[in-house]
Design a protein around this ligand. Sequence first.
Ligand code: SF4
Ligand code: SF4
Ligand code: SF4
Ligand code: FES
Length: 964
Amino acid sequence: MIEHFDPSQQAQEHIQTYAKDLGTPPPAAGAAMVRLEIDGVAIRVPEGTSVLRAAALADINIPKLCATDSLEAFGSCRLCAVQVEGRRGTPAACTTPVTEGMRVTTQNERLARLRRNVMELYISDHPLDCLTCPANGDCELQDMAGAVGLRQVRYGFEGENHLQATKDESNPYFTFDPSKCIVCSRCVRACEEVQGTFALTIDGRGFDSKVTAGQGEAFMDSDCVSCGACVQACPTATLMEKSVIDAGQPEHSVITTCAYCGVGCTFEAQMKGDQLVRMVPYKGGDANHGHSCVKGRFAFGYASHPDRLTTPMIRESIDQPWREVGWEEAIAFAAARLRAIQAEHGRESIGGITSSRCTNEETYLVQKLIRAAFGNNNTDTCARVCHSPTGYGLKTTLGESAGTQTFDSVMQADAIIVIGANPTDAHPVFGSLMRKRLRQGAKLIVADPRRIDLLKTPHLGEAQHLPLRPGTNVALINALGHVVVTEGLEDHDFIAKRCDSEAYRAWRDFIREPHHSPEASEAITGVPAEAVRQAARTYATAGNGAIYYGLGVTEHSQGSTMVMGIANLAMATGNLGREGVGVNPLRGQNNVQGSCDMGSFPHELPGYQHVADPVARGRFEAAWGVTLDHEPGLRIPNMFDAAIEGSFKALYVQGEDIAQSDPNTQHVEAALSSLECLIVQDIFLNETAKYAHVLLPGSSFLEKDGTFTNAERRINRVRRVMPPLAGKADWEITVELARALGYPMDYAHPSEIMDEIARLTPSFAGVSYAKLDERGSLQWPCNAEHPLGMPTLHELDFPIGRGRFAITEYVATEERASRRFPLLMTTGRILSQYNVGAQTRRTDNQAWHDEDVLELHPADAELRGIQDGDWLGITSRAGQTVLRARLSERMQPGVVYTTFHHPGSGANVITTDNSDWATNCPEYKVTAVQVEKVSRPSAWQQRFDAFDRAQRGYLAKAQQEATS
Ligand code: SF4
Ligand code: SF4
Ligand code: SF4
Ligand code: FES
């Protein structure tokens, strides 16, 4: 027996796992090792491994068709038949687990004959158009025909077959060609096991069986959410990307990170020359393990859209056409303007906004430019309008401004609370993982005004919906805390060992007060007291209780209070510091965690080091060679107010569309119009850019190197796939602007920026591109104490020593329903569009959502004589807009809902100036409105259209002049 392979060596396993399809998934971690022999080779693998996988790990490749390592074994094709000493017959290697001392034969004449017979049957019902098939060169059926040595098909091709079956081309991104289907059911299983949508079935029996979407519908009419898992799993050309059909098979690939949401999925960007042919989710991605959603998988066409800005432009005022100029002139123009304004109006009269869409390195450079070259702390980021309360609330209670777990931790959770988040739409790949755990039996509690899709998870076990009124989160979390304390459900051991006793006693006395009881708060929240009691018991007694929350928690006048209330509940029940528990903010944008980490806020240097801390500031001063301001600068809303009032005159905005994303649009427009110099660096002429004096064409994520940090604190590499369309990556533009301002920055590559970040930011001290390349990703803190990062926070203690319970008194928002504005409007996202939609609106994702609509309950509609599809005027104290009505039972009566993916919809024209007391995060989630049928766009929409037309005209004119 040759002792040549020991897959218990981790590194080897790691590399092999991602390099090839091992046929079946790995067994659960921690299993005992088993020894067996396959074709004379001695092998050691964990118990529960299939024979197919054990063989593949030892480079013995048993033919297979229905098995793939992302799916549980099914055993239908019989191609993987083997012989096992002492057993009768030819068991399927994919469904046969290894046993101690097993001796397996994978190759002999009998097995070869059997496999050839199987292949003959498949091939006799398969169009033999290999040379013109789009999968030519990437087809497992073709590979297996070769592997088994198929030389003839005795059954002929003339019998009954499926060769004339009609192709379904309804999905914008992939086709379904049933004539090529071998009914291996990999697609059906992928849709169930990986995605959790159950959109596909095998219809019929025997020869008549076929794959069907929904009830025999077209893919576009079925429940399919276009995640691509079935396309990924299909071994033939039956399910095929249209981009591959058009461009042909890719030639080379680069591993990079999705630039859409905070899940941070890793992809293989597969290329043909400089053309991106497809994005394939990478099995080695630590956040996604080979899964994807429609955005990252398919919606990459925006990167090469004709709307991309490719030349710098300048103008004197916003009512003038643009002039295309070279980089040097544009940068010199911007720098001269900034310096002139500071000379006239003072150092504080300018500022900048960093982007949560850009890389850590780029964000770091923008805040450095502002602090070191502008000489003030007027830096802020779009996290201001989403998760700034998370930073404040978690830092106050737990001592760290970040989620406590990995995504994978949810697989250990026994009870899951989801508050104000909609993971299946906004964080889809994590939503699929959560659904998997729910199918395994974890209990679900959803606190949300809407009945979100998670509650419709197929095969969902115990689930509760707490449909609270918008704006009453804190009353609900206090009621949950009240039940925990008064029913004796606390984890006294955890509290005694890990929490500050004085703060705990104060909180316990506070939360016990009768006005926090579920019975007393029912009148506020609208949630029946018994349901709240039940939810608290479920969470506190399940074993592992995990809380996931989103913008429905933070975007309130009490956003920070609610985050602290969540942390209180987790501490009181001991649900922190291990797998399966924790407090997890679901960050919206790809790098919102990173933009906060990188010092974007006016009061914090990178790594959340306060500007007033002389030691931290001194380190940055020494490294940057400047004296830094010790006073916090302006937040975004303060910048707007100061611009209108006249003391703030210039703004540099990198990759952020404040004119569309920030609340009270008319106020934002007034502020932007007041600026003497607005410099916008972006890939499109977005709404903010229409108010700009300098346009610097940015680069997409495909065009640069860097890192993004996802919602798990996971730092992932972004790798350049193609050259920047406008010639410069975003970090290079910031470097040049700094240089033109007389503050040289000297970096040859973004890795050097990361090295500087590591030197100055304790939680990043151990991060380098070399280590990221070696490990795939790292979760901060990554330093001398935790050289490989830290998947779970607070395992032994909190950064502030002991956890601090906070007092969280409920204070009703000023934004209430009244006779004039009787409905409460809340906002959110949908799966196919992303945030302000600048990217997804320039892709075929438009097929799913080409306009924002107002969802309202049929009872509210009937009261007002509104039918589905009617135009509705929606009026709030801040403004009015017009959207089409969509009647929906997902809403509770009295609550209406819309999205903000299309600029002309003006969702933020109606949101108000109310904001979180601690961080100024806007209260997007509660706006009192009235709706009525109307027949024309609002006055704002008419003004918007005219301004939009004029600005597009200026751009077109500049582009025409440049080419003539
Ligand atoms: S694309 Fe995703 S959701 Fe649609 S059928 Fe395939 S696996 Fe299911
Ligand atoms: S569509 Fe592809 S994955 Fe699905 S059954 Fe047919 S061949 Fe298998
Ligand atoms: S879940 Fe988020 S990160 Fe993953 S592919 Fe979708 S948009 Fe990209
Ligand atoms: S691969 Fe094992 S039965 Fe199909």
